[in-house]
Design a protein around this ligand. Structure first.
Ligand code: EPU
Length: 417
């Protein structure tokens, strides 16, 4: 299993390009299922989760043409096997995003129920409730959700909590339904808006994406289109944190602060100087960071996907920070690993209290999920001595060429077996 070896203590300096957003790319790949004409996608990040999604779509009968670099064309005219098997769903929960488009286009889908995962139970009851309200008949048999509907009907949908992939799944189902659908309590995440933009380019009629009420007028068919995936705001935030923690100065290109207000705000509170440019961000860290408290919540509030990285920077900041995680019930797995590097963290339910220490020391730590791993890398970059981050396949799911990008910023990192 690959590991990342980090010699810490080098301030990150220089410039790197940010990739397309994983969490926008995954639903957008699924949008290809909705049309019999080709969908051309650019700025696609080359990540393990993207490869898994392409495998899943391929075994359903979608023709995939890899255009090299960051582009792919998907042709779902031959879609003939609307099934998402356990083996693939198990490795990537976002596979559930095929459910809505498959029922809408094929009238049927069999999708393995994702189990719990490292960060929480993560049920998909809201996806199912929404599809049922649109007239789908749904049964759960042998661990698979089996959904059927000759044609989905538009409906008024209300989700019990804000759910990102739930909103995306229902929006994709509704674009081909008969009549109008209203999704209330919709997720406002920028990735939802990016998906909506792609669907609109394919001929869907959607308004309100980015607000908590999305209105969709169903159409009979969607067409071919070209779509460029938005920049990855979490990858951006992660490199900003790495630069901040190491006292560095970086410029990130192909990205913007527009979707990162909550994160940028907090980084400025730590003492960082941040300058937004057109399609780029500059950050210069102070000699010593000031601790900042955060509370995760749905967009536009502070993202849960940046919580772990902020725990790492607070571990070496001046003062004490209180972190509240309100989205997932088990998203502090990194805390015990950070403690192995010398961090002082106390966890009580969904609250973590992080008391900054003068220095961290390298150790072997284990990655448990994608963002937890990112926080260990940030901590490893600032720790004195050598940190070995084990199980970095988690990182490869969501950070394109992490080791190369860090090396380009001067970090001493190396992949080992
Ligand atoms: N929830 C339910 N029932 C549902 C759906 C959600 O109880 O039917 C709960 C979840 O268990 C959770 C909360 O609602 O407690 C919010 O979950 P949400 O559905 O919004 O999460 P998700 O759509 O499964 C996406 C991202 C995650 C990100 C969350 C929150 C993708 C592919 N994944 O997950 O990204 O943390 O939204 O912003 O978009 C990551 O990239 O590392 C990652 C985990």
């Amino acid at each position: 299993m690959d590991k990342l070896l980090i010699e810490g203590g080098v301030p990150l300096m220089g410039e790197i390009a940010i990739s397309g957003a994983k969490n926008a790319a995954l639903p957008i790949l699924c949008a290809a299922l909705l049309s019999a004409e080709p969908l051309h996608i650019t700025n696609l990040p080359r990540l393990n989760d993207v490869r898994t999604m392409l495998r899943l779509l391929g075994q359903m009968g979608v023709k995939i043409v890899d255009e090299g670099r960051d582009a792919v064309t998907l042709d779902a005219s031959g879609l003939d096997n609307p099934v998402a098997p356990y083996e693939l769903v198990r490795t990537m929960r976002a596979s559930v995003l095929v459910l809505g488009p498959l029922v809408a286009r094929c009238g049927e889908a069999r999708v393995s129920l994702p189990g719990g995962c490292a960060i929480g139970a993560r049920p998909v009851d809201q996806h199912i409730k929404g599809l049922e309200a649109m007239g789908a008949e749904i049964s759960v048999e042998q661990g698979y959700v089996h959904a059927r509907a000759a044609r989905l009907r538009g409906a008024r949908l209300f989700t019990d909590m804000v759910t990102v992939t739930g909103t995306e799944n229902l929006m994709m189902a509704a674009v081909l339904a008969a009549g109008d659908t209203v999704i209330e309590n919709a997720a406002r995440e920028p990735e939802v808006v990016d998906l909506a933009n792609c669907l609109v380019a394919m001929g869907a009629q959607i308004s309100g994406a980015g607000s908590d009420v999305i209105r969709i007028r169903g159409v009979d068919r969607l067409y071919g289109a070209t779509h460029r995936v938005m920049p990855d705001r979490i990858e951006t935030g992660t490199y900003l944190c790495a630069a901040a923690a190491t006292g560095g100065s970086v410029r990130l290109t192909g990205t913007s602060t527009s979707y990162l207000d909550a994160v940028v705000d907090k980084l400025m509170d730590t003492g960082c100087d941040i300058v937004p440019e057109r399609d780029a961000i500059r950050l210069k860290a102070p000699p010593k960071l000031t601790a900042v408290s955060i509370r995760t919540a749905p967009y536009p509030a502070f993202p849960t996907d940046m919580q772990a990285q902020f725990m790492a920077i607070n571990a070496v900041a001046d003062g004490t920070a209180v972190i509240r995680e309100t989205i997932f019930e088990n998203r502090y797995m990194h805390a015990v690993e950070l403690a192995r590097l010398g961090a002082e963290i106390r966890i009580d339910g969904n609250t973590a209290v992080v008391k900054g220490v003068p220095r961290l020391n390298g150790a072997t730590v284990m990655a448990t999920d994608l963002r937890a791993s990112a926080s260990l890398v940030v901590a490893g970059l600032v720790a004195q001595g050598t940190t070995l981050v084990d199980r970095i396949y988690h990182l490869d799911r969501g950070y394109e060429q992490l080791d190369r990008k860090l090396a380009a910023l001067g970090a001493r990192v190396r992949r080992t077996k």
